[in-house]
Design a protein around this ligand. Sequence first.
Ligand code: NDP
Ligand code: GDP
Length: 362
Amino acid sequence: MRTALITGVTGQDGAYLAQLLLDEGYRVIGLMRRSASSDVVGERLRWLGVLDRVELVDANLIDLSSLIRVIEQHQPDEVYNLAAQSFVAASWQQPLLTGTVTGLGAANVLEAVRIVRPKARFYQASSSEMYGLIQAPVQDEHTPFYPRSPYAAAKLYAHWMTVNYRESFGLHASSGILFNHESPLRGIEFVTRKITDGVARIKLGLATELTLGNLDAKRDWGHARDYVRAMWRMLQQDEASDYVVATGRTTTIREFCRIAFECADLDWQRHVRTSASLVRPAEVDVLQGNADKARRVLGWVAETSLEQMAAEMVEADLARHRARARGLTQPAAHAPARGPSQPAGVAPQQPAGLGLIQPAEA
Ligand code: NDP
Ligand code: GDP
């Protein structure tokens, strides 16, 4: 049985990747940092019904010794580095922490792999944010980077360290340059989930309006469930490499509002307000990816449309708020749209606290 180690297993992608790898027959070791709120830490894994099947181990990306210990103990065949301070807006408030975790943290994982388990295959969660002030209308693996936030600068360091460890030490280290991907498990501070949560609150009479920042920004949004498949396929190749993962379609925040509000038969223009306080110090105006290489080499395509994803997210947020209103931690009869790897008839468990986090930007 192959063993995979996932850092950031408690996050959105970590949960979907754990589910995929378990379905593929892996033993999955999930690295999580110690938390005083350990009762809610596994919510996303619980929601997908895989919490009991992931072996959770304590370690922290900024503590190299803890990473070495975990890798020594579990001897993983594949290491997926998904852990990060991943919220762009917060990276201006905590630039040093972001650099330490998102940048140097990745170097720590690479070092631990190089020292203890150099045969393990390594995946780095790189980001389309590295393109920042875009140098080409559609971005691919050859497009120059121009980071526009401390987050993007930290990701760029981690990306080049991944390339460097591949070239210097011969590690099987691949970097997935993933464009934005969302799901019902997306952190509520990110704009899509903030919108679908807002739609649910407004629909259920819990709120009347939703305040956002820049509505003109454009993103190439896909579904996290589709994107973790690309991560896994990268590590199944004989040669390590870097891949853009994207849908190729770009959409404004304004248009996403329209789509999401329509899922609940609401007119977004009656409810969405904007506030200058939510506009970022430097913006990434538009991102649109070209995933031809992933299609050609990995046989990967995005399977979920933006409309399907928005509908799934709105439905899940409606169910969360209805359950909460009834004083339940789980909705009684709600099963969000089933993903390809989710067994038929199994209703995902609902995260009790995922909606409780208040958007940091709001
Ligand atoms: P999340 O923010 O949902 O998850 C981040 C994870 O990192 C959490 O499990 C978090 O743990 C963990 N983490 C944070 N700091 C540390 C630390 N010091 N030590 C150990 N673990 C830590 O991110 P996503 O799942 O959305 O994204 C996964 C990765 O992909 C991230 O690196 C992100 O930057 C990158 N990415 C994401 C994109 C997207 O659109 N989602 C696009 C491109 C790249 P805890 O639960 O304790 O907070
Ligand atoms: P990012 O692309 O990783 O920064 O993902 P986000 O979902 O945080 O932001 C996507 C885009 O939405 C950015 O251009 C933001 O400026 C824009 N945006 C507009 N209003 C908001 C808001 O209220 N919250 C967030 N998070 N983003 C917003």
